[in-house]
Write a protein that binds this ligand. Sequence first.
Ligand code: SF4
Length: 680
Amino acid sequence: MTIAAPVTGTIDTHCPYCALQCGMRLTGKTVSPREFPTNRGGLCQKGWTSAALLDSPGRLTEPLVRVEGQLRPASWDRALDLVANQIIEIQAAHGRDAVAVFGGGGLTNEKAYLLGKFARVALGTSRIDYNGRFCMSSAAAAGNKAFGMDRGLPFPVEDLQHADVVLIVGGNPAETMPPFVQHLRDAELIVVDPRRSATAEQAALHLQPAPGTDLALALGILHAVVADGHLRHDYLTGRTSGFDEVWRIAAAWWPERVERVTGVAASDQRAAAALLAGAGNAYVLTARGTEQHARGADMVSAWINLALALGLPGRAGSGFGCLTGQGNGQGGREHGQKADQLPGYRRLDDPAARAHVAAVWGVDPDSLPNPGVSAYELLDEGPRGLLVFGSNVVVSAPHANRVAGKLSDVDLLVVADVVLSETAAMADVVLPVAQWAEEDGTLTNLEGRILLRRRAVRPPVNVRTDLEVMHGLAGRLGQPAERFPVDAQEVFDELRRASAGGIADYAGITYDRLRDGEALHWPVPSTDHPGTPRVFLDRFAHPDGRARFVPVDHSGPAEPPDEEFPLQATTGRVLQHYQSGAQTRLVAELLAAEPEMYVEVHPDTAARAGLEHGDLADVVSRRGRVRARVRCVATIRLDLVFLPFHFPGDGRANLLTNPELDPTSRMPEFKVCAVRLETA
Ligand code: SF4
């Protein structure tokens, strides 16, 4: 397969992978970095090699339909007719909600928006959610509670260059987004991570709590802040509410008690408090490590409470933020592919929001379904029909064996993707869609800045865009053609109207402004509005303008270790791979650098299991068994093993993980489950 000639010689674009959205230049299929505020001319290995996907032999180039158990090439008409007819049959027999839609945090804003509309209007189903539920939903829930708004970083990344101290909790940007680290060059780092990660290696202070005990650690540091006289009384009085309730809990978590629970020395907790309090400019940043827990929203709330006690959020030169992971993780959760949400970060259960969006869509507000269920619940309840866009759930969802079983039971599984992912390989119909450099679209990066990613090359001739797929299906389901446009700019202009007046207000953002390179951070309520790079400088988004302390207490992991499963497993990303690895495993250079599943384990822990560095081991939890190469690492905790989640088959880390859900965010507990090690 070859790609056609470039649309123009050279296009300024952005990396297809993570939320840093590094600026790059694409000439044909040659990538070069360019100056952009988030990456300042840097790219990681994934970015440098990203063009290899454009003509990868693993690329899907024609629709596939399952015939007698085999996926075989089919025309677009046949594939779409088949899908639409089966949707109609399933819904006639079992009701609208029997067909579900699963989206992705890598989809552009236009796709995420149209997917939400497609589900609610063309399918009339409440069953839509997306893999961002697995990624940022706890931080979003905590941000909404504390600040009245969820914008990952409420300030531009460049602000971090002026930080004296940065506390990073459960994040490893040195490996997951290396160009980001240059913004931290002049700061002293405090890193909270049970592993001695590449980021922790650069820290002035590395705190290694037992997995699942971050919340206790946050309470211990908060206790030290108060006890050692660092509380910012003026800030509390002027900009917050609710501290007393939080202190009632934190008062009982003195550092020595916290040390017994977390394993982090009381002196280190006090040192962290003193470092943060003594800094002129300080930031607290959280990421998946502290979010992906059965009480993940509470964990993030605990770190926000600490930041508020220190007077950081909304202060020039200081702040609190959450590091978004997926390429459009921020925008993907703003415009309606989430079960409870309408565009503009509106709530689906808000009558005024329903009326506003229904008017833009030209439908009766009462025809819109009510909020559905979250991503794992949607998969677990077993829909009769499932349409997956840009997600590889049999690798990325928790308790992966159970999810794969559910998928094999559905009457109709449709996957729209760029490559034949492990989920696509199970599908009844596979729809080949255009990828990043082959289509126009906007993304919202980790700092809430909207970016235009422009088409640089033409897709293979028999490949369509996701927008065209939705258009084709919606028409077959009886929708007027104009209701589901295929032009990205046209969809974006509709999104602008739908988001107008909402929290994530894109009304004033136009493709022309983005083409001109304007730095537009939402909200941008009008075309003469300059955007809002720093959202909380004057006030927080609650009606009273104050940030709210949220009282939370430590409860520990849902599945503590025991005699049968004495260790704890945690999962994460490595430098060379991205998410389920469906794309990066197709890039020869990345696969050669990190070719197989491994388990990081302390040498003494390995020896107790009869294992040595380089052996094959089985990691076993109550839900499954993973085959992995032992990698002995002397700096990891003795009670912990680490597994990357990018590998397929019997190397899927999520065969082990616990689908216990956070009560607010409905995010699963990816980051800790009880396991044992066995020789393979
Ligand atoms: Fe930048 Fe992330 Fe792409 Fe690496 S993967 S080049 S850090 S956007």
